[in-house]
Design a protein around this ligand. Structure first.
Ligand SMILES: Cc1cc2nc3c(=O)[nH]c(=O)nc-3n(C[C@H](O)[C@H](O)[C@H](O)COP(=O)(O)O)c2cc1C
Length: 336
């Protein structure tokens, strides 16, 4: 049987199918079922900058009001001993997940430099095995150049790097002008890995109410090919762990990512739709494919179709564009 193990962020994992940040890690029972189905590690749901700051402001207001209006009553109204902060809940869940005996990757999510980044230190102290930093940023400012946007990521990473000695992986958007150059700069700034790519929820317009409504649709497999391409272009060019996230549902999707050079493939939508047991089925299908194709290990497969190793490296670039258009064969019923 082919060896499915892989290395990711310096961690040795039993296989490459890692559930990504999502509500799946909020519940210990679901997380246990994922572990039992074969999940070799878990990425936790995110700790959000906005929620941290909102809570800090509320607390500051509370203490300030005590200070000005009710000075003599201060000792009667301290912060309650059982006060349970957003951070406390996150750290407690991290402790609970650590009992599963698989690596737990904590996730920080925010966009601005600030005190919230220091929370990385607490996550490290609480036993996180690595950190994922998700800078979910919409570049909606006319005055901000693409260089400014990239610097935002790099500065955040640098700030977090100063707080922790854990491996840090950056969960990135696909919308950068020159992703390879940018990712190389992230490596120089201390990243240990990248996760390609964030899926942005899209604001929709309700034609009846004329209101803007956020929509979060789960993914489908066809989204995975964008990630496969950029992984293939990156593999061998940077010394980073590579994860793919977005559209990875079936064993076929996972195998393509590994052939392109991914170290792990993240799953979220597929697990939300089909439940933890889906992971076991995908693992079984992968194992079957590898054995049938006489691969001894995931290691042997990994990157064998990256751009550097592909027989036709141009297939990942523009060169193939014209021939793809010229050779387009419409399915039945579609105009040519
Ligand atoms: C309901 C839901 C909650 C999510 N929560 C987070 C989160 O807290 N932090 C984060 O970085 N990504 C979060 N994601 C994004 C997923 O981790 C994943 O990157 C994305 O859904 C693409 O993978 P998929 O196609 O397998 O769903 C969430 C996604 C969904 C659907």
């Amino acid at each position: 049987m082919a060896d499915l193990s892989t290395e990711y962020l310096g961690l040795r994992l039993a296989n490459p199918l890692v559930p990504s940040a999502s509500p799946l890690s909020r519940d210990l029972d679901t997380a246990t079922r994922l572990r039992d189905a074969g999940a070799p590690a878990l990425v936790m749901y995110s700790l959000f900058e906005e929620k941290i700051e909102q809570e800090e402001q509320q607390l500051a207001r509370f203490l300030h009001q005590q200070g000005i209006g009710h000075g003599e009553a201060d000792s009667f109204h301290p912060v309650p001993a059982d006060y349970h902060s957003y951070l406390d809940s996150y750290l407690e869940q991290l402790h609970r997940l650590k009992t599963l005996d698989i690596p737990i990757i904590a996730s920080l999510n925010g966009t601005t430099l600030g005190g919230w980044v220091e929370y990385g230190k607490l996550l490290e102290e609480a036993g996180a095995d690595a950190l994922e930093l998700n800078v979910y940023y919409i570049a909606a400012n006319l005055a901000e150049s693409s260089h400014d946007v990239e610097q935002r990521y790099i500065e955040l990473l640098r700030q977090l790097r100063q707080q922790v000695s854990l491996p840090i992986t950056m969960k990135l958007s696909s919308q950068f002008s020159s992703p390879l150059n940018f990712i190389q700069r992230l490596e120089e700034a201390g990243a240990s890995g990248v996760a390609l790519f964030n899926r942005f929820y899209l604001p929709d317009i309700d034609l009846d109410t004329l209101k803007i409504t956020p929509t979060l649709n789960l993914s489908s497999s066809h989204e995975s090919l964008l990630r496969v391409r950029w992984t293939a272009l990156l593999h061998g060019r940077v010394n980073l762990s590579l994860a793919v996230t977005g559209g990875f549902h079936t064993a076929e999707d996972m195998l393509k990512a590994l052939l392109a050079g991914a170290d792990v493939t993240h799953l979220c939508s597929a697990l939300l739709e089909q439940g933890p047991q889906h992971l076991a089925r995908v693992l079984e299908d992968m194992q079957h494919w590898l054995d049938e194709h006489e691969y001894e290990s995931v290691r042997q497969l990994k990157g064998s179709l990256s751009q550097q190793h592909a027989i036709d490296p141009a297939a990942y670039e523009r060169v193939n564009y014209i021939s793809v258009l010229d050779n387009y064969t419409p399915p039945p019923g579609v105009l040519r």
